[in-house]
Write a protein that binds this ligand. Structure first.
Ligand code: GLU
Length: 470
């Protein structure tokens, strides 16, 4: 069988919370590169931290990825299930003399650090068991397994984003591979899994750059293939400070709930740290065709919510009416408690979608603008609508009604009747249309009034309008 030379990428989230915006961008970049090259995109859940990993967080990550349209290949890999394999590698390194048992107690290590601190030295493990053979007094005593890392020279991370990043080996201490309860550390698990999964490219957040140097030492000791690294600069808030809760939504789910479309998120997150000339609107298809590592930015990206809104408005307008009806009904059905639209409401929604979608930047805005189509009967007025239905507005409404009632109730006839009425009274069309709109929709702005009157029909429209004639 021919050797598989196609790239194999992975997204390796720790299930300790939601899929956040930074994680989603990491997943997207890996996914894009895999799809661009015809390679493989794997999903590995790094659930070795048993205290902090929760099944809810795993679900949130899988749901977030699915919603974003980032499909992974094959089964999800759970890191914790592979602990025996991680242990096996640690034992092998031990047998080969590439790792050693360290019997230093917690108290001893605390003392070591305190002395280092007092002497103004960096606090790191001093290798006290590196070349020491355990004696009879260590018999049955707890120990950890540490990597016998190279102490001289440097480790260079060749990074497709950041270039060659050098680390003095003297700065890296001998990291723990197996804890005293024989559980593998995160660093061991990552490297073993990447090697076993045949990962060719490790693309992840820049917060893992320091880990890369240590992981390289372990890869070298294992004799495994070195992947290509790419560390993505952080995402900052609009003010340039590190993105935090203070800046608002961090979880991908929150963006879904605010009514952003997955294609918007893909485009937006792509542009957060990757560019293609001056292009702002980049479809997923184009992104797959164009994605490369060379165009990933080297400095931190900044969230720009206005840009996100504008992009979302674009993708809403681009969507077909039928797709948007499906999006809206799915959005409403996903609410707690779920809102299920009756068939008549769906039909009205689809008929009005052409105008509704021109006015909305999010699905939430779109739904708010469509609310008057969902239920029958007189409307509750919002503040702006109430201002239009002053006694004077109500009088105009009452006066125009007979003229409307006399028509066949089509868009053009209704409009002509309202125009003729306005002219006859020396009013502008708006002075007649606005009270009508307020009573019909409960709002001061809506899709074209006469179309909406026709859409809602004679009986329903009159029920709403007559409610505000006094
Ligand atoms: N589990 C790590 C995280 O969620 C990622 C590790 C990696 O990509 O190597 O930050």
């Amino acid at each position: 069988m021919a050797e598989n030379t196609k790239p194999v990428l992975r997204f390796a989230p720790s299930p300790t919370g939601m899929l956040h915006i930074g994680g989603a961008r990491t997943a997207l970049f890996n996914w894009l590169y895999a799809r661009h090259t015809g390679g493989t995109f794997l999903l590995r859940i790094e659930d070795t931290d048993r205290e902090r990993s929760t099944p809810q967080a795993v679900d949130a990550i899988l749901n977030g990825m699915t919603w974003m349209g980032l499909n992974w290949d094959g089964e999800v890999i759970h890191q914790f299930a592979r602990a025996a394999r991680h242990r096996e590698i640690a034992e092998k390194l031990l047998a080969e003399g590439k790792a050693y048992r360290c019997y230093a107690t917690a108290d001893e290590l605390t003392q070591m650090r305190e002395e280092q601190k007092a002497a103004g030295k960096p606090m790191r493990y001093d290798g006290r068991w590196r070349d020491r053979t355990p004696g009879p007094e260590q018999e049955g005593k707890p120990y950890v397994v540490r990597l016998k890392a190279r102490q001289e020279g440097e480790t260079i991370v060749h990074d497709v984003v950041l270039g060659h990043v050098r680390f003095e080996n003297a700065q890296l201490d001998d990291m723990v591979l197996l804890r005293s309860d024989a559980t593998p550390t995160y660093m061991l698990a990552v490297v073993v899994d990447d090697a076993d999964m045949g990962i060719t490219h490790v693309i992840r957040g820049a917060d893992h750059l320091n880990n890369a140097a240590r992981q390289l030492q372990l890869i070298e000791a294992m004799g495994a293939a070195i992947p290509i690294y790419g560390h993505l600069p952080l995402i900052n808030g609009p003010d340039g400070a590190k993105l935090s809760k203070r800046h608002g939504a961090l979880a991908v789910e929150a963006y879904r709930d605010m009514g952003y479309l997955p294609e918007t998120m893909r485009n937006y997150l792509l542009r957060l740290g990757w560019s293609h000339g001056d292009d702002e609107i980049i479809s997923t298809e184009q992104a797959v065709a164009w994605f490369n590592f060379e165009s990933i930015g080297k400095s931190a990206a900044r969230m720009d919510y206005k840009k996100l809104d504008n992009l979302n408005g674009h993708y809403i307008r681009e969507s077909s009416d039928a797709v948007l009806v499906a999006d809206v009904t799915a959005f409403l059905a996903g609410m707690t408690p779920p809102r299920i639209l009756p068939v008549t409401a769906c039909a009205r929604l689809e008929a009005a979608m052409g105008s509704l979608k021109e006015r909305a930047k999010t699905l939430v805005e779109l739904i708010a603008g469509a609310e008057f189509l969902f239920t029958d009967g007189p409307r509750t007025l919002d503040e702006a609508a109430a201002k239009l239905l002053t006694p004077e507005g109500r009088a105009t409404l009452a006066a125009v009604l007979p003229a409307l009632e006399a028509t066949q109730w089509t868009t053009s006839e209704l409009e002509s009747a309202a125009r003729a009425f306005a002219e006859g009274k020396g009013l502008k069309l708006g002075q007649v249309a606005q009270p009508l709109r307020a009573a019909l929709t409960g709002k001061a702005s809506s899709p074209p009034l006469f179309e909406m009157l026709a859409l809602l029909g004679r009986q329903e429209s009159l029920a709403r309008l007559t409610a505000y004639t006094v």
